[in-house]
Design a protein around this ligand. Structure first.
Ligand code: PDD
Length: 286
């Protein structure tokens, strides 16, 4: 049996039902998180759960669970489902009430759902690098919120998929913002550059971890916006996300980045990141 969480209770996945008028389903009115699980342990769980509560606050959705309680529930689900390597997905919506744009009354409770999924690490992509294309960033101006509304993101990703690319790199005018489901960084003259954590990007947990690792290892990193031209001329480009970890981008719009192979600084960061995963979750060797 596979367990899921529905409003704080563990139930059989096949019995979990959500109402047709759940506001997440009708309006995308909710927030979510994805956490990686290695060796049955969540990586950077607190950071993800704190961001979930922050996202909730930003849309005036009251998530009444403290981080500790949420973490405990997710840990229990991981054990019940015997998950070793994969992800945990969770979301809170503004609950179920007759369709009306304005928020429902306080008597309507948020709906909390979560499940686990087995997934391997994207070894091949991390080793060889991936292709990307460029798309105009058509999303709203609160990309800092991890909202269930992902139309702009999924339309961008679909364009990438149709062209045989792994990621769509979004830009507002000349300024590169982020990927459809990842943060983007470039390397030039030994220095990493990534968009600052403003309302125009999601402040990725992987991105934050990279920033910390750079500080601790005296690797130069600057949080400043860069242009499409900077991107194309970069020595190295990489993307970061919970599921893709640190993945080199070796080709953009059919043109190679640098030598067209993963660069040395990207490799170094991958090693540092792996060491950090192992510190928190144990050995990654199988
Ligand atoms: N992606 N930007 C966007 C638009 C994202 O959807 C994501 C995450 C990120 C990276 O954030 P983090 O490092 O916290 O995962 C940036 C989903 C969750 C994923 O691919 O797993």
């Amino acid at each position: 049996m596979e367990y899921v969480i529905l409003n704080g209770e563990f139930i059989d996945r096949s019995k979990a039902k959500v109402d047709m008028e759940d506001r997440g389903y009708q309006f995308g009115d909710g927030v979510y998180e994805v956490i990686r699980v290695y060796n049955g342990k969540m990586f950077t769980a607190e950071e993800h759960l704190e961001r979930l509560l922050e996202s909730g606050k930003k849309i005036e959705l009251n998530i009444s669970y403290p981080v500790k309680k949420l973490k405990h529930l997710l840990e229990q689900m991981i054990v019940k489902n015997k998950l070793e390597l994969g992800i945990v997905y969770m979301q809170f919506t503004r609950g179920t009430s007759p369709r009306n744009h304005a928020y429902p009354g306080e008597d309507v409770l948020p709906a909390f759902t979560a499940y686990t999924r087995e997934t391997t690490r994207p070894e091949e992509n991390m080793k060889k690098g991936v292709k990307a294309l460029l798309v105009e960033d058509i999303r709203w101006l609160r990309c800092d919120i991890k909202s269930l509304n992902l139309l702009g993101n999924i339309m961008a990703k679909q364009k990438a998929a149709q062209s045989g690319c792994f990621e769509a790199i979004q830009h507002r005018g000349e300024t590169v913002t982020e990927g459809s489901s990842s943060n983007i960084a470039i390397v030039r003259n030994g220095k990493i550059c990534t968009h600052p954590a403003t309302n125009l990007i999601l402040n990725g947990i992987t991105r934050r971890k990279i920033n910390e690792l750079c500080q601790a290892n005296e690797i130069a990193l600057e949080e400043t916006a860069f242009t499409i031209e900077d991107l194309k001329q970069a020595d190295e480009v990489f993307l970061s996300s919970t599921s893709a970890e640190i993945t080199p981008i070796t080709e953009i719009e059919g043109k190679p980045i640098g030598a067209g192979t993963p660069g040395p600084l990207t490799r170094k960061l991958q090693d540092l990141f792996e060491t950090e995963i192992e510190r928190q979750c144990g050995s990654l060797q199988v």
